[in-house]
Design a binder for this molecule. Sequence first.
Ligand code: HEM
Length: 490
Amino acid sequence: VRFDAAAVPRVKAWLASFAAEIATADMVDAFNTTFRTMRAALGRDPSELRVLWRNVAFSAPGLAKLTSDAEVAAFVDGAFKAGAEARSSTIGDPANGAPGDPRTWVAGTRSPDMVLILAADDEASLDAECASLTAALQPLASAPVYVEHGHTRAAEPGHEHFGFRDGISQPGVRGRSGPNEFFTPRLLDPSDPLARTFAAPGQPLVWPGEFLLNLPQQLTDGSPPTASVTRVCGPAWATNGSYLVFRRLRQDVPAFNAMVARAAAALRAHPEFATITDELAGALIVGRFKSGVPVMRALADDPELAKDVYASNNFLFEHDTPAVKPRSGSGLAVDTFPPAHADGTGARCPFAAHVRKVNPRDETTDFGGAANTLARRLIRRGIPYGPDYDAGDPASAAADRGLLFLAYCSSIQRQFEDFVLDWVNADAPHDDSGPDPVVGLASARTMTWRDARGVPVERTPMGPSPVVATGGAYLFAPAKSAILNRLARP
Ligand code: HEM
């Protein structure tokens, strides 16, 4: 939604009434607890529980219209204040008019003042709510309200368009949601020393200030991950709010499949990779099989491991992954799958593999020790858009499909931009890795493959990225109290 200065009093009045509708963390948490309780009792997902969540976020220009230039200047994050279009070439998008250049972005996603997010279990109620909100907002808007539709893929729910299961790994947030309840469920037995630093296997605990402004954050000075520091990130009313990075990422499925097939063919020329299949090459490129099974735990897909979302996320890279002790009553099963062994040389999981680039887990990086990586985590809330790819339909390749990448953090600069620049688009955190083959943007994209000793044996040209930005925005999602007490006020 874009609005001009004359509409500000009406936007404020609308926000005052909409605030009551916003899904707060408490509401979602209560729902999730009920969902988990019912699932445990019924032995299946309680599909009869249905919800519709609403939230709102603002760009820096939108916030300035509702508050003041001085208040927006008080946000510390320079990337947020500059905006996604101005920063796009910084993170590797082309600036020469080629696809990815903001001038080619879907017009509706460019320069929004306000973005509403609706999420629902059924499409009919979502469409009805979307229509009613659009009708309410259009009279306040200076341009047609633009609507972007995302949906889980009907053919493969939970899988993105390249076919890989997504949304398995998320950081755990430290802290409690009530006197007797942790915000992120703790599945490890308190007697397990790992329970101090992990909420669940492979899910480290991160201070809430990494996702919400003005709250305790991770220290990056070599202190243990349990240490925290509170820094001012923005005006006092921004406390408990979160930055939201939105990137509309178009995915070229045939180009991705061709990239995987080329890499597999190049590898087969080497005796140690002579039997590699396209399926395994794809898994090594992502770091997981399409089912979600991590290559650190299995080099052949394993439906039983795939079903266990906790075991599927229980792996480290630099060290052997220790066994964890489940807390009784937590529902966490004892993990009997073969454990992940240390892979400091990248012999098992390539250093460039998407999940290793974007979360090096226990590895020491150029950014510091493993605890420092906790200051580069995002809470991902993306969803696919567009029709499924149909290999049997020649017209299908040209359709617009991809990921509405949405990620929450407390510093767009540190947790998104620096992390993309330093690792995703670069030959780091490991030298001679190549950029992330899935989303890395670099002029010469090669991927380095190592033999069992970790010696590079193949550097495959990966071609242009199969993922291209077609829209985006850097936003701030305020706490409900900030809407009521500041943004909706004159
Ligand atoms: C269309 C583009 C993308 C695709 C197809 C994609 C796909 C995937 C897949 C399949 C996973 C594994 C599932 C999981 O571990 O939860 C994953 C994980 C992840 N992705 Fe992406 N991704 C995309 C873009 C991005 C971008 C732009 C970023 C950030 C710059 C990113 C950051 C992450 C992170 C942080 C994880 C979790 C890794 C972990 O904790 O082990 N992804 N992605």
